[in-house]
Write a protein that binds this ligand. Sequence first.
Ligand code: ATP
Ligand code: MG
Length: 723
Amino acid sequence: MDYLARLNDEQRLAVETLDGPLLVLAGAGTGKTRVLTTRFAHILLTKRAWPSQVLAVTFTNKAAREMRERIAAMLGSKVEGLWLGTFHALGARMLRRHAALAGLEPGFSILDTDDQLRLLKPLMQEAGLDLHRFPPPALMGRIQRWKDRGLTPSRVTPADDDTDFAQGKARALYASYQERLASVNAVDFGDLLLHATELLRNHPDVLAEYHRSLRYILVDEYQDTNLVQYLWLRLLAQAHRNICCVGDDDQSIYSWRGAEVENILRFEQDFPGARVVRLEANYRSTAPILAAAAALISHNEGRLGKTLRPGREGAEGEKVAVIGLRDSDEEARMVGQRIEALRREGNSLAEVAILVRASFQTRAFEERLIAWAIPYRVVGGLRFYERAEIRDAVAYLRATLRPGDDLAFERVLNVPKRGLGDAALRRLRETARAQGVPLAGAAEALGGRTGEAFTRLVAGFARWRETLRRDGPVLCLREILDESGYLEMLEKDRSPEAPGRVENLKELGRALAEFETLEGFLDHVSLVMENDENAAGDRVSLMTLHGAKGLEFDTVFLPGWEDGLFPNQRALEEGGAKALEEERRLAYVGLTRARLRAIVSHVASRRFYSGWQPAYPSRFIDELPEDRVEHSGSTMLEREAALSAPAVFASVFPSPVRLPRVRDVPEAGGRNARAAPIAVGARVFHQKFGYGEVMESEGDRLVVRFENQERPKSLISSYVEPA
Ligand code: ATP
Ligand code: MG
């Protein structure tokens, strides 16, 4: 029982208390995840259950993979058939097994945000809504929140809705959206758990089957579960009550996505007799980092309250550095220089992270790291699978596998161009709806040349389907790319990006080869939430604070600690104390990712849109204990002056910095104005219109064809950024 020896007494208690409900409530770095992993192995090694009888929920796919590896290492063998993954992945698996009971066919697709909006928008138009006043993403957000709370359309009560929003039509639109999803045999992310929970609620026999087969339930990062996740867990655990949840209320940072920290409190009520184990020794961080994090979070009210003491022996460790700099360029340079120095001293880059509040902040660092040839990866976001050519190819594959997948079919109908533009699509849609057939079956909608082109395409899909069946997905993809004209289109494309796109498609083939079935692959594509493709190798990690939960690094840079950026403007303006407290928890998460050193920085002026804005150091900096912090940098004098004479400071910078309200907006402006003009063919990003390609470029004026806009737009180059 080697593995038990690696635990302290409290951890061991948490691992060995196997029967009945257990809540492990403990601060950052106290070994919660280690407890959960060890518990899993312990259950198997003591033969209390087979691998398939334990269900373990992790927060990310990456965490699931790590847990799988750790369990394999402990057991000394690979284990298959585990119910181990994110809520989404587990929900999808459960739903596939019982699709019919949820009104779906087993091959249903999982839609991404783009597809969701594509489906919702026409419904809103039909309902006569002005999409400028009621933007589809806002309604989508509301629907998601309902789903987070386990509310199907019929469960939504008037109290959950307000009549001002979307002219009081939100509930009805939610219902028609769900109908449309079912009619194209698809679900969205929120549905995975919603349907899975409904399934267990409405089918006692299915629930009983799971009660028989799943004996133990383990949940990591419990503080960030939402209501529907909670309901799902509660249903599954009802019978045997062997559920162990680990969490830290101080790290609850997803309330904006529907997470409810109250689930922790509810646990003891819903599972009477639950045992609560607290872990207090932090094995991750040095004493100054811990003290700084503890002091910071003590400013929050309404905490469950936990003690945290250093669990590591040895030297005291470096103080937390707080560095003031002139502007964001200087900040990026400082971070780059320090990383260079760490590298020269022989430190691994994989042990370095830059954690930002808003994703637009990464760009400044990316540029610096590229310029100095420091390898890095941006963690988070579906980067590879988000690229247009990959999405096109995946849509071809989807429409091949599932003849009724209209959304996929629509996406590639006229890519490459085959004369099947908007007018043709409209006619196809009408006919398909009238006859109750998929788009691909609406052949008689079109006549003449367009009709021929359409018939050719449909015949192509029939052929590719045959190849898929006979030769498997990889050959099928190759045939699609050759015969559809897609590769030819890229080969003729003279833009600098085209060769890279062909490379991406090859890479897609390599990814596909790792899967036995196309269906397995498509599920994977829908579920990969992190950008893992370039995860290997010795690289600096760049990510948002939200994405860093559960991870640890020797060195952590925490740039942009300025009021208005962190805490962000929205929290300062409208959120009241609650929103500010969530920002503070995020700062706590950031600090506690560091093992050896944490470097906080702030700048005196930051560039936004068209100009420079003065910035104040974050209030969180003032909440760090002076004796654990070392201040330095070019704005230190200003800072001291500001602290001793606030009135003078305020008169120099009369109003606080105003930042864009939208979460994570990319920084636009400044750079392009100075840099070389953007070339024709370049891919760019615009905050409102999304991704597009430059068609004309003259001086600072551009004509851009955006992927989601019908007509090309003419605009000033500083409004877009290279993508
Ligand atoms: P977070 O709240 O950030 O998710 P956590 O509570 O899950 O943190 P872990 O990631 O499990 O903490 O552990 C933090 C670090 O401490 C890891 O490197 C882990 O290997 C180490 N650790 C945990 N328990 C012990 C122990 N008993 N002895 C030595 N090291 C330990
Ligand atoms: Mg953890």
